[in-house]
Design a protein around this ligand. Sequence first.
Ligand code: ZN
Length: 339
Amino acid sequence: MENLDATLEEALGKVAACEDEAALKEVERAFVGKKGAVAAILATIPSLPPDERKDVGRGANELKQKILQAVAARAGELSSATLEAERKGEGFDPTLPPARLATGSLHPITLVTRELEDLFESMGYTVLDGPEVELDHYNFEALNIGRDHPARDSQDTFYCDEEGRLVLRTHTSPVQVRAMERLDPPFRVVAPGKVFRQETTDASHDHTFHQMEGMVVGKDISVGNLIGAMKTLLRGIFGKDLDVRLRPGHFPFVEPGFELDARCPFCSEGCSVCGRTTWIELLPCGLVHPNVLRAGGIDPEEWSGFAFGLGLSRLVMLRYGIDDVRHLLGGDLRFLEQF
Ligand SMILES: [Zn+2]
């Protein structure tokens, strides 16, 4: 029993002397650990006279509880002392750099879109937006795409209702019609955005991709104006003058309609990007069909215009050397973190 008192006194003294948690753990282990002082006392019990065993056993357990309480109390004091010291600036270095926050990056489509918007705005264009869920009227009818046109086939178009009145827009061209309704000519507009086609996806097709529509309406607009604007556009995108050529193309909302090709900016003798032809098929364009001007409330006798539909997704792929369109909207961070 004397041994118990002496052990308690020694333990309390050592606990009170601890200045940090590590030292406290050490003291705790020395007294109440498996091979500690209390365990040693308990181990002597079988060798004691029978009438002393019970008292010593109870005393040892009380000793253990008292030591544990003292350890807990001291741990509390130490942690509040640490906080107090930190509050005073002790043991705390305010010049250490903070943990780095993970930041995102702009999507390559956003990067190219912003660049093109700046470029077109510098050429006097207004940037417009339009709904992605569009009325059939704007997506087809007002663009001279009649009821029987193959573009309206449900294999190409996502219809949003039973009546076929609402569609996910299949191109950014409906913004042309909305622009004509809202603006008085002359005007120049571009409209970047998402478009949707019901397509089987592969490396060069996705069900969702990006376009940028452009439209200029004014007096005596000719194919010459169109070519001039496209060359300026290419210089802005690729940083150098590129030759262009027009091939006839048929789109219901332009007359005449063209496919505009540009000289491959990556080679002079053919490469994998241009399919060894040195020409890159860039965009459909043309002079706005009189029916489309009329549908937008503009008199085709007085005004004329040109329109083009830039494949933004394709342009982004060309710019950054991306070989699969599905990377763009795949959401894979390993891809996105590269920009
Ligand atoms: Zn090439």
